[in-house]
Design a protein around this ligand. Structure first.
Ligand code: SF4
Length: 209
């Protein structure tokens, strides 16, 4: 029976992340369908997708009360949720349990699903911070969400962004570590995308709101 050596995944930008499948999990915008970062590179290789499927089931079933994952997360300052893919409603109780059991760890990330953000950004779990991700093709109903947003990917044609206090971070379109040609800068840009900082450990803008 397959079980990954480590439940969390690692990368140089976010350090630790809980990666989930794209298929059956994401509700993509039209832009996601053509520019999803999780459809290229290492993150979409067969062994990565196998692990993502396993992680999703693990969060749904919660064997041994998520003990293995709790032990991995407890010593960490922060863990990125859905480094790939998106959360399901069935994951919510598992993520809340994780946050309760790891009070010194910040669980942060982005979702396209306002229902998930509403359920996880509550007063009882101050160490869960989920941004709702929007782009210029997002449906109107997503823009009705009253909580914190991130805008991305920002494409070259997005010359003007909404002046909206809910937007905490902007993610310029980038692929294989390079920002796309013609993408403009913005004062709320993720600095790691522009290689101005090494990663989230130097920043925390995605969860300090
Ligand atoms: S804005 Fe900061 S915390 Fe958010 S992804 Fe970029 S480096 Fe990480």
């Amino acid at each position: 029976m397959y079980k990954p050596q480590r439940i969390l995944s690692e990368n140089s930008k976010t350090d630790y992340s809980l990666n989930l499948p794209v298929f059956g999990h994401c509700i993509p915008t039209p832009l996601c369908l053509t520019h999803c970062y999780a459809k290229t590179g290492r993150i979409c290789m067969k062994h990565s997708r196998k692990k993502q499927e396993w992680v999703s089931k693990y969060l749904l079933v919660q064997p041994y009360g998520l003990k293995d994952l709790i032990l991995e997360c407890r010593p960490l300052n922060n863990v990125r949720l859905c480094g790939s893919g998106d959360l399901l409603n069935g994951h919510v109780s598992g993520i809340k349990k994780l946050a309760n059991e790891c009070p010194d760890t910040m669980f942060w990330g982005m979702t396209r699903k306002t229902t998930i953000a509403n359920r996880l950004n509550d007063f009882y779990n101050e160490n869960i911070k989920l941004l709702v991700s929007v782009d210029h093709t997002s449906p109107d109903k997503t823009w009705y969400y009253e909580g914190a947003l991130c805008f991305g990917p920002r494409m070259p044609e997005d010359t003007v962004l909404p002046d909206d206090d809910r937007i905490k971070v902007v993610f310029p379109y980038h692929v294989h570590g390079h920002v796309g040609k013609g993408v403009q800068t913005h004062k709320k840009d993720c600095k790691a995308v522009w290689h101005k900082i090494s990663g989230c450990r130097e920043c925390g803008r995605c969860w300090k709101w």
